[in-house]
Design a protein around this ligand. Structure first.
Ligand code: FMN
Length: 140
């Protein structure tokens, strides 16, 4: 007799938030060190992009687990103004290899376009599919 694994519904979620004054780069390293084993245990994958001002995070996994993590992240005092940009069902993960990839987007000439877009998203709390593709490429 064969058994078929029942796939749980998976989602991808993206939010933007603003770093609090005390959240320096060392604090972000601490977040990463804690988040990696947590996410692994919960079968969550994702990536965190940050600039001097913003965080933009992708989270992927079982819907209820991702929603619960997002709720807890939303209460974290190391950032503020947490806004959901996208939440959608997925068949396939974009960050399957990472429990939490973390990347700092340096404020240099090479990144000016991405930083300008991020500032725009931060002000408007809205993002387009195309803009999300750019960030995905920058993170992968
Ligand atoms: C920008 C940001 C991103 C975070 N990302 C994650 C994450 O991907 N996974 C995680 O477990 N915690 C993440 N955290 C930390 C959570 O808010 C929370 O502190 C943590 O899940 C609690 O972990 P603990 O139960 O081991 O104490 C993040 C915090 C911030 C400020």
């Amino acid at each position: 007799m064969t058994t078929t694994a029942i796939e749980k519904d998976e989602i991808q979620l993206v939010y933007i938030s603003e770093r609090c004054a005390g959240t320096d780069d060392a604090a972000i390293t601490k977040i990463k060190l804690r988040a990696e084993p947590n996410n692994h245990r919960r079968n969550i994958t994702g990536a965190l992009l940050f600039t001097e001002r913003y965080f933009l995070q992708y989270l992927e996994g079982e819907a209820a687990v991702v929603d619960a993590l997002y709720a807890s992240i939303g209460r974290d005092s190391r950032h503020t103004n947490v806004r959901l940009l996208m939440r959608k069902p997925i068949q396939q993960r974009d960050f399957a290899r990472w429990s939490l990839g973390v990347k700092k987007l340096l404020d240099n000439e090479e990144n000016q376009d991405l930083i300008a877009v991020l500032n725009m998203i931060g002000r408007a709390s809205k993002v387009t599919e195309t803009q999300l593709e750019w960030f995905k490429l920058a993170l992968q």
